[in-house]
Design a protein around this ligand. Structure first.
Ligand SMILES: NC(=O)c1ccc[n+]([C@@H]2O[C@H](COP(=O)([O-])OP(=O)(O)OC[C@H]3O[C@@H](n4cnc5c(N)ncnc54)[C@H](OP(=O)(O)O)[C@@H]3O)[C@@H](O)[C@H]2O)c1
Length: 249
């Protein structure tokens, strides 16, 4: 029988719920009677009695540790964590000056990789002691095959994908009650992709697919066109990489 994960009524930590995919997920989780604590710099536009915003800059590790310190005291029933926040910067290695490249790289590594790893490391054990819990990491289709213009972004997402796989092995070894899920998105219509002229997946459609995947306890939620990418990688990883190189070069 297929596995299910009951989402209704959960208490959930969601990073990056102030816009884009995170805001669309918060909307759906609230409709499922969940209590959602959002960590982002800006507050979400949506106001709801079960939506709590904690201003946290995920690039600031001491601020992140401070937020983590009080989390379980505030929410002893926390059972789902969704590491969704992310930033994407271009990195033209030939044309940009190294100081600019360094600053952009540091920011992306901090928000996309260091912060979710820190959150997972702090919450894996307490969530693992529950009868049913889930940690979700939002990587990207680009974790599988990188683009030309986003070298650091793609590297952080590949790193988070690898970390997530190891974490899943450890959760299985510990008895498998803690589900580990990865979201792999295509280009979705959010502020992050405002400069992409066409072909973006509507954010509501992407969020609906994610919620279905979470409810089915899918280990990897391949959204929209990333399902094709998955098949292509299965046939030929080199061909998948070549496709992304040509499409983004
Ligand atoms: N859109 C796509 O095509 C696409 C494709 C693949 C994967 N993804 C991934 O999906 C996730 C959501 O992206 P999105 O498209 O929804 O982007 P978005 O609309 O730009 O939202 C990004 C979210 O991350 C938060 N965030 C960024 N920097 C932060 C920081 N320093 N501290 C705390 N929060 C921070 C933002 O909140 P504040 O600015 O308020 O802090 C915002 O809520 C990201 O991990 C992204 O890499 C997106």
């Amino acid at each position: 029988m297929a596995r299910r994960f009951a989402l209704s009524g959960r208490t959930i930590l969601l990073t990056g719920g102030s816009s884009g995919v995170g805001a669309a997920l918060a909307e759906r989780l609230l409709a499922l009677d969940c209590k959602v604590e959002v960590w982002s710099r800006r507050p979400p536009e949506r106001i709801h009695p079960s939506l709590i915003h904690k201003p946290v800059d995920l690039a600031d590790m001491s601020a992140l540790d401070g937020a983590l310190d009080g989390l379980l005291a505030r929410h002893p029933d926390l059972s789902v964590v969704i590491n969704n926040a992310g930033i994407s910067e271009r990195g033209d290695l030939a044309r940009s000056d190294p100081a600019t490249l360094d600053a952009r790289a540091e920011a992306q590594i901090a928000v996309n990789l260091r912060a979710p790893i820190r959150i997972c490391q702090r919450l894996f054990a307490p969530l693992g002691r529950l009868d049913s819990a889930m940690i979700v990491n939002n990587t990207s289709g680009l974790a599988v095959a990188p683009t030309v213009p986003h070298p650091v972004y793609c590297a952080t997402k590949a790193g988070l994908r690898s970390f997530t796989q190891s974490m899943r092995y450890q959760a299985e070894k510990a008895g498998g009650r803690l589900a580990i899920t990865e979201i792999l998105l295509p280009v979705v219509e959010t502020p992050m992709t405002a400069s992409v002229p066409r072909g973006r997946m509507p954010v509501d459609k992407a969020a609906d697919r994610i919620i279905r995947g979470l409810a089915r306890a899918e280990a990897e939620i391949w959204v929209g066109q990333t399902a094709l990418l998955r098949r292509l990688v299965g046939l030929s990883p080199a061909l998948a990489r070549q496709l992304l190189k040509v499409a983004t070069g």
